[in-house]
Design a protein around this ligand. Sequence first.
Ligand SMILES: [Zn+2]
Ligand SMILES: [Zn+2]
Length: 482
Amino acid sequence: MAGIADVLTESERTNWLKSLLAIAIAKSGVEKFVEKEATTLHGNIYNAILSSGAVACNGCHTANLLKCPTRKICIKVGAQCTSMHDTALKQPRPCPANVCNRVLDEIAKQHRFSNPSWKNTSANHWSSNPWQIAKAYFPPDGYTETSSVQDTDFNGIISFMMNCKHFNNTFSFPIAPAKPHPPCILTKAREICRTIRHSSTSKVTDTVLQDIFITLTSLLTGPQCLAHDAAAQEAASKLAKLQSNVLKLTTADIINYENSCKGHGAEVEWFNFDGELIFNKITQDQRLCDAEEEELVLNMSTVTVVTRTQWYAKSSKEGAKYMTMPVSHMFIHHTDMNECVSQTECVIEMRKIQHLHQDINGWADIAYNFVIGQDGGVYIGRGWDRVGAHTLGWNNVSISFAFMGNFTDKLPTDDALKALEEALVLGVKLGKLTPDFKLHGHRDARPSMESPGQKLYDRIRKHKHYEPIGPNIVTVSPKSPV
Ligand SMILES: [Zn+2]
Ligand SMILES: [Zn+2]
């Protein structure tokens, strides 16, 4: 079974992905602690103000509480203000309860550099959501939509801890000390985050990776608060496992980490195959591969077609080779791997097949032109026109449909069989298959093969287009698999 190192041949690229995962793990380790501290900070601020008899207010916008102009926020002044005070409702005015303005003062007082990020935070939610106050300590932009620790990235969380004086007593070291003091662990962690997220090469050297593990582990095991925090210790133990390549992740972990990596230029997807981890960095360009072809298929289709984009296909490894259309032969295969009964399952199975064919077998792409799931979905492999790697000797003159699963002792579902029929009708309509195309089983061309499975083979031999491959049929000379 493949692990990280098998999937990614370049070790520095693997290091980069490991770094991203390490950051996501470290984030999961500090979330509970930081959330709790945000609540404490919120309580401290409001208790002090409300104990004087004031009533909490939720009717002020941040803009109401800030004068115009406010440094780094207002571009022009007064009625001309084009950023914060741009509507009648957002003009500066006092808080009717005399509360929000005092909260604002307190937030500013707690800021280590007296520089709260007012653009991120919504004052009308201050009384009800402690995280809205935490957001005033984040980097200046980019967090307006964030409303919980879970949907905040590690950089935002670290910034909160660095910029808010509330955390002075929760760490054993001085936070963000001025030079010439060396940077504290939080500063280092924030630097790591920035470096990794903005790495244009998506590569990390062994030395840097080592440094990342040391910094994040020190953060999670620091003697004061986090050392006594269960989630932080669990994360520290996961980091150690990731470092020694023995980390296993649950599906819940994967979804969690996936979310924490969103929106940082690189979209990362983690797939958990039989308890082992495979992950890929998917760029926008790769996702759009073969978009034109897919559009053509979709527009004309009555079949449930699942595009390469939809199953998160990786790009083909080399320039595609095309067949002359229409072709007059098609082959039925079975994958002899897992069955899948829902699109979610089939997507994972498609990824597995592609991984096997591309990374283990060394082929350019998934072997088949189309793959059919038990859910009745037709998953685009190489599509109609591209030369496949499915049937030795026949690849450049035939189209293949593979059923996911093993059909030695049973047939594919009715939905799956119906999907094949509809896809064949579509193939003729699109001019990809000749109207009198010949349908064969994989083993007709390769008698030593079990594929497409006895039961399925028995079934297709009754198909009106079925023809055995005999001496009267002109075969093309064998070509090596693409
Ligand atoms: Zn203004
Ligand atoms: Zn108010």
